[in-house]
Design a protein around this ligand. Structure first.
Ligand SMILES: [Zn+2]
Length: 108
């Protein structure tokens, strides 16, 4: 696996599928990786769930064309990041939470 420092994404090929940068290293346990782009209110529920499981998590409003998508209103989608060491566990919690709800990992 390779890790893109620009996008905080883990991907199987050296070229990042999002920004096309060529990654030169793999992820370390401390690297924050994109868990997904998640819509409200699932994002807040997932953050709470991650905290309950002692997984540190960073959330930020989903960006569109490099700009923050919202202006003074509640963000429609949040992008969540967790340490690579806990990415798999976080994915499982995410799947357990969503369980049939629509969620997308697409960057847009
Ligand atoms: Zn990238």
């Amino acid at each position: 696996m390779y890790y893109c420092e620009m996008c905080n994404r883990v991907h199987p090929q050296p070229e990042c599928p999002s920004c096309k940068n060529i990654s030169s290293r793999g992820p370390t346990d401390e690297d924050y990786c994109l868990l997904g782009s998640i819509g409200f209110p699932w994002s807040e529920m997932l953050v709470d769930l991650l905290k309950d499981n002692e997984i540190s998590c960073i959330s930020e409003p989903a960006k569109r064309n490099g700009m923050v998508a919202y202006r003074g209103t509640t963000a429609e989608r949040m992008q969540l990041y967790v340490p690579y060491a806990q990415l798999e566990e976080a994915h499982q919690l995410q799947e357990a939470l969503m369980d049939g709800a629509l969620v997308s990992d697409e960057p847009e």
